[in-house]
Design a protein. Structure first.
Length: 233
């Protein structure tokens, strides 16, 4: 029997924990009882890709160059579609898509579609400074009729600390420091929070005090579907 399923390529390394997280989620969300029922996945854990936030602030396109190299490498290895488990890196999505002949799924757009399907009209955007500055979520969510609200400047600094000094550094994440801000945003109308940095689902794992939308999980499900796999329900 010919396998008609497509091979998923992961442009990884941004960071390694986030790459491992989406790989695990694809496995966990695939309806499979045997090894051969899982999807074929290729991973390029390219840790040479420079920090996306720093490059956006500096006006550098260095991440796009190395992400494109990863895309072409994965395509040459047999990938039929690509995913990028880094929200901020989607600032360079267009450049990466142009360099290869296979689809590159778009995590912010997939997330907007998922949020709209849940009937959410207003959400808080928890992200890196690079993602917030780039506006990669804002335009798409506006297109889908969903209002996005941003945390305070102090909370944004806390988020950057959690992302860079805790999760990326392999240390335990203290998300309790954000509790007051999340409650404030909920009181002002936020129905859910978008964990728009792939380190944040790791940081907030097990937190049931608020409603969170995990773009990593959304992208994992989109990749399974696009590859012809079966989602676990």
């Amino acid at each position: 029997m010919i396998n008609s399923r497509r091979v998923i390529g992961i442009i990884g390394g941004m960071g390694p924990m986030a790459t491992a997280d989406i790989f695990r989620k694809i496995i966990e969300k695939t309806d499979a009882e045997r090894d051969c029922e899982h999807l074929h996945i290729l991973i390029d854990n390219n840790t040479d890709i420079p920090d996306r936030t720093a490059c956006i602030i500096e006006g550098s396109d260095a991440p796009a160059l190395l992400m494109s190299e990863s895309a072409k490498r994965l395509e040459s290895m047999g990938a039929d579609l690509l995913i990028i488990p880094c929200n901020t890196a989607h600032f360079f999505h267009g450049r990466v898509s142009e360099c290869c002949g296979i689809p590159v799924l778009h995590m912010p757009r997939e997330t907007a579609e998922a949020v709209r399907s849940l009937g959410i009209k207003c959400a808080g955007l928890l992200a890196t400074e690079g993602t917030l500055l780039s506006g990669i979520y804002d335009g798409i969510f506006e297109e889908y009729g969903i209002e996005l609200r941003r945390p305070s400047e102090q909370a944004r600094k806390m988020l950057m600390h959690i992302i860079y000094n805790e999760v990326k550094a392999g240390r335990p994440a203290d998300t309790e420091v954000l509790e007051e801000e999340l409650c404030r945003m909920e009181a002002e109308g936020c129905e859910a929070f978008i964990l728009a940095c792939t380190e944040l689902p790791i940081a907030f794992a097990g937190n049931t005090l608020h409603r969170f939308i995990d773009p990593t999980s959304v992208l994992a499900e989109a990749a399974i579907t696009a590859a012809g796999g079966k989602l676990k329900r």
